[in-house]
Design a protein around this ligand. Sequence first.
Ligand code: SF4
Length: 325
Amino acid sequence: MDTVFSGIQPSGELHLGNYLGAVRNWVALQDEYRCFFCIVDYHAITQDYDPAALSKRTLEMAGDLIACGIDPERSVLFVQSSVPEHLELCWILNTVTPFGDLGRMTQFKDKAEKQVDNINAGLLNYPILQTADIIIYQARLVPVGVDQVQHIELAREIVRRFNARWGEYFPEPQALLSSTPKILGLDGQAKMSKSIGNTIALGEDDDSIRKKLATAATDPARVRRKDPGNPDVCNIHTLHTFFSDAERIQWVRSGCTTAAIGCIDCKGALADNVIAHLQPIRERKQQLQANPERVKEILHEGARKARAIAQRTIAEVRARVGLWS
Ligand code: SF4
């Protein structure tokens, strides 16, 4: 069974964008692969953040992942900083990573533009720690979005350089791209992001979901009720493809293109289906919120399993590199 690794930032509560773009796929991967899912708090501190809130956000993220279906009996769910061996491997990988490649990473450039007062070395070295996160478990597959493919290519280069210098040991990881269509935020402009405020949180109540969808962006060319619309450029249609059955999706498509339905009808039907889909997740989330000790136990057990493997890898790496022992 191949090993899969994926990480998520401890941004607190999951939203529909995280769920549809990543977590839903992770849940499915558990049936086929040995999975490691990591809440990457070391990565989180490369950006501006509130230290007093980080632990709480980490715990909340863990609860949400479990509520969505990450099963601690089948997968290893843990927090990155509980396994400090990631950092030791990261340091060693620093010494085989081409400096120039780091500065060329699109994500580094984007983040550097957004946080001009905090362009720290961690931001530059982010893909090296990401490589360590993956290969310390000998993972071959990394479910990512297209925006992360460049990092996986760099991870492959780092692995090749490690293997060339210290002997063949790590497999080259590969990106596991999902076929999930691009999901925009409720503004129809950018991808869903908590900081932009264009999301629906998984724990949001019914009224709030309805209100947010009611004001969400649609096909901008459909100005009046009698104008036919184009579902292919409408994010509400994209969301229907996740939450609605084939009959409802066809109703949207034909109703929109002929102006037989209005956007209010279309959004109302979507809201019903989103609420029905999220209901069991919300119930599990509430149960876990009432029992944070259970979530902590799961994270400790995940860290114990992850660390045992990471320590074996580090022992082998130290021997290959020639470090004192
Ligand atoms: S009817 Fe639905 S798919 Fe068509 S523009 Fe309105 S919200 Fe979008």
